[in-house]
Design a binder for this molecule. Structure first.
Ligand code: SF4
Length: 452
C-alpha cells in the first residue's frame, strides 16, 4: 500500500497539541533531518496563533539552513487544453463546452518558450491534459523542440500518468522532473470528483511515481489539490507518499506542490468542498518543509502576491511567476482560450524577483542539479547532510548576475545588485568563495551558464 489512509485518519484523531509537545517537535525539526508522520499530524493540527508563528519561524530557518536564501523561479507552459477526463473542478474537463480548445504545435511551443527565455526564465514546466490524440509522442516532440530551439536549460513535465516504457522514453528525451498530483488521497472523494475518463482510476494514478522511479526518474513531483477534502488528511497523505518513495527508492519526492482550489466560473461543483484559509495554507507549507525538508515546496500564482511573499519566510522554495495557464498564453494575450485556473499574482518575473529580494531572499534561476545528475537519492542525501546550501546560494548568485546583465530589470537594478553583493559576502566556504569570484569575472567577460 502506497499510502495507508486508515493510519492517517487514526493519527489525526489521536493528535495531541500542547505547547511543550510542539516545542519539542520543533526542536527536533530544527536540525533539518525531517520528522515522522506522528509529528506532522500534531503540527498540522495546531490552531493557536502563537504556536503557528513558532512553526513558521522554524520552517523558515530550516529552509535557509538547507537551501540558503534562494527561491527558485519557473514558469508553466500549457501545451494543450484538450482533455478526455471529467474532473469537476477543472475548466479543461471534457464536458465543458464553453471552452475553446487548443493544442499548440511544437513550433508554437517553441515560440512560447522563447518568450519565456526572453523574460529571463531558464526552467519551464510543460503541462498538458489527457487526450490520446496528443499523446506521449507529441509531448516528446515538444520537449525536444524546446531544447533544440530555445535557450531553456531544463524542461519539466506535468502530464497524465503513464506506463514504465513511456516514462523511460520521456526520461530519455531529457525531462528533469516528472510531476503528477494525486489531487486527493481520499478515495471516496477522488471517485466523486473524477466521474469519467482514465483519471477515474485512483490506483493507476497513485502508483505512477513508483513507475517513474523504476523508469529512471530520480526527481518526481507530487501534490494534492487543497480544498477537495480535509487539508489535514491530504497533507499527511502527501507526506506519506513521499515517505513511501524514500523507503522504496531512497529518494523523497523532489517537489511537493500545494495548489489550492478556489471557486471559479467553470466549476461543476457548487463550491469548494473544504476551503483552506490563508493561515492554514501557511501552516501546510511549514509542515511540509519540516517533515520532508529536502523537498522543494512549490507555490503557484493561484495565490496572491502578499501571501506568496510571506511564504518565502516560512519554507517555500519555488515559485512560478508571470504564469499564463492557457495554451498560447505567453506569445499572444491568451484571452481566446480558457485558463485552467485563474491566477491571483499577475506580477512580471522581475517584479517577483524584486519582492523576493525585499523579503530578504535571493531569486534563483538555477537549473544545475538536473543537468549534472545531482538528482534522486543523491540529492536527498546531500540536502539532508546540509551540503546543498553552498551550491544553491552560489548558483543563485550566478544566475542573478546573469539575469541582471541580460534581461530588462525595470528600475530594480540597484536593489538587486545590493542583494547580490550581500549574498556574495555571506558565502562561508573559502573554496566556493574563490571559485565564485572567478566565475563572476567570467560572466562579466561574457561567458554564460556557469554553475557549481
Ligand atoms: S543547486 Fe540544485 S537544488 Fe540548488 S537551486 Fe540549483 S538546481 Fe536547485
Amino acid at each position: 500500500m502506497i499510502v495507508d489512509t486508515a493510519r492517517i485518519e487514526r493519527l489525526l484523531k489521536e493528535a495531541v497539541v500542547t505547547e511543550e509537545g510542539v516545542a519539542e517537535i520543533l526542536q527536533r525539526a530544527s536540525e533539518g533531518r525531517g520528522l515522522v508522520l506522528e509529528d506532522a499530524a500534531a503540527l498540522i493540527s495546531i490552531e493557536d496563533p502563537r504556536l503557528r508563528k513558532m512553526l513558521c519561524k522554524t520552517a523558515g530557518e530550516v529552509k535557509e539552513k538547507l537551501f540558503g536564501k534562494r527561491v527558485v523561479l519557473f514558469a508553466p507552459l500549457y501545451l494543450s487544453n484538450y482533455c478526455t477526463n471529467g474532473c469537476l473542478y477543472c475548466g479543461f474537463r471534457s464536458s465543458n463546452r464553453t471552452v475553446s480548445r487548443k493544442a499548440l504545435t511544437p513550433e508554437e511551443v517553441v515560440a512560447e518558450a522563447r518568450t519565456l527565455v526572453a523574460m529571463g526564465f531558464k526552467r519551464v514546466l510543460l503541462v498538458t491534459g489527457e487526450d490520446p490524440r496528443w499523446d506521449l509522442g507529441y509531448i516528446i516532440d515538444c520537449v525536444q523542440a524546446v531544447y533544440r530551439n530555445t535557450g531553456m536549460r531544463i524542461v519539466h513535465v506535468n502530464a497524465p500518468p503513464m506506463d514504465v516504457p513511456s516514462l523511460k522514453k520521456l526520461k530519455a528525451a531529457g525531462v528533469g522532473v516528472f510531476q503528477v498530483f494525486q489531487e486527493t488521497y481520499h478515495r471516496p472523494t477522488y471517485g466523486r470528483v473524477h466521474p469519467s475518463g482514465k483519471k477515474k482510476d485512483y490506483d493507476f494514478r497513485i502508483e505512477v511515481m513508483d513507475r517513474a522511479m523504476e523508469a529512471g526518474f530520480g526527481d518526481v513531483g507530487i501534490g494534492s489539490l487543497l480544498g477537495l477534502y480535509d487539508f489535514r488528511f491530504d497533507s499527511l497523505a502527501t507526506l506519506a507518499h513521499s515517505f513511501h518513495l524514500y523507503e522504496k527508492f531512497g529518494a523523497q519526492a523532489h517537489t511537493v506542490s500545494i495548489p489550492r482550489l478556489r471557486p471559479a466560473a467553470h466549476f461543476a461543483m457548487n463550491d469548494v468542498p473544504y476551503p483552506v484559509s490563508d493561515e492554514d495554507f501557511k501552516k501546510i507549507v511549514a509542515v511540509y518543509r519540516l517533515t520532508v525538508p529536502t523537498a522543494g515546496v512549490v507555490v503557484s500564482t493561484r495565490e496572491s502576491a502578499g501571501l506568496r511573499n510571506s511564504l518565502i519566510r516560512s519554507g517555500a522554495t519555488q515559485l512560478s511567476a508571470a504564469s499564463r495557464t492557457s495554451p498560447g498564453g505567453y506569445s499572444k494575450d491568451g484571452t481566446d482560450t480558457l485558463e485552467q485556473f485563474s491566477t491571483n499574482d499577475h506580477r512580471t518575473l522581475v517584479e517577483v524577483m524584486k519582492s523576493i529580494v525585499d523579503e530578504g531572499g535571493l531569486p534563483s534561476l538555477c537549473t544545475t542539479c538536473y543537468r549534472v545528475g545531482r538528482t534522486g537519492r543523491e540529492f536527498t542525501e546531500k540536502t539532508k547532510a546540509g551540503e546543498m546550501e553552498k551550491f544553491c546560494q552560489a548558483n543563485a548568485i550566478l544566475t542573478l548576475k546573469e539575469y541582471l546583465a541580460d534581461c530588462p530589470v525595470n528600475g530594480t537594478k540597484e536593489s538587486m545588485e545590493k542583494a547580490l553583493s550581500k549574498a556574495i559576502g555571506e558565502i562561508k566556504d573559502p573554496a566556493i568563495k574563490k571559485a565564485l569570484a572567478e566565475k563572476l569575472k567570467a560572466l562579466d567577460a561574457g561567458e554564460r551558464d556557469l554553475y557549481f
